[in-house]
Ligand binder design. Sequence first.
Ligand code: 5GP
Length: 191
Amino acid sequence: MANNKAKLFVFSAPSGSGKTTIVRDVLKNFPDFEFSISATTRKKRANEKDKVDYYFITEAEFKEKIEAGEFVEWEKFYDYYYGTLKNIVDGNLSKNISTVFEVDVKGALKIKDAYSNSVLIFIAPPGIEELKERLIKRNTETDEDLKKRIERAEMELSFKQQFDYVVTNINLSEAKAEVKRIIESEINKEK
Ligand code: 5GP
């Protein structure tokens, strides 16, 4: 795609790092960008909307999509499946629209393998203790899920060196501003 300046901005972070808030801010600051709505088999949380936050589908439907090759990448964790839909990414690229992703670290690396115009941004928590506190305060998970998420956070942190940018979320408004600067510089790079 010779003249296509669209990019894939892929965000990863341990849960509770403020990633969702930062991603929402990106979509507000760059209204032409589209969010890549993933498919998942996990249950919808009270504050989430189907087809906005995720496509909430059954495990059988998810497996059909795997078989049909509809995912750029997919992962299974916490007993649930999550996957990036190829038609969303390709549809946006064909219209020269940049896409924003919120996926786990392994998914991010797979997206970059599939699309070289990806920019990987890791949002790091100030420390593992703060992360635990934020997750407990958020109070959206059972104790068992919380434990799994903290273990997973430790694993995800070990991947951050493989990202193009690492933004440490010590102060949310500073982290948002840093992400905005990164995206602006990436967009202007190609012009
Ligand atoms: P949550 O259940 O908190 O919404 O998401 C759990 C994890 O799944 C987060 O790390 C989130 O970024 C990741 N995730 C969401 N969608 C996808 C996806 O399509 N692919 C992959 N690999 N991870 C995803």
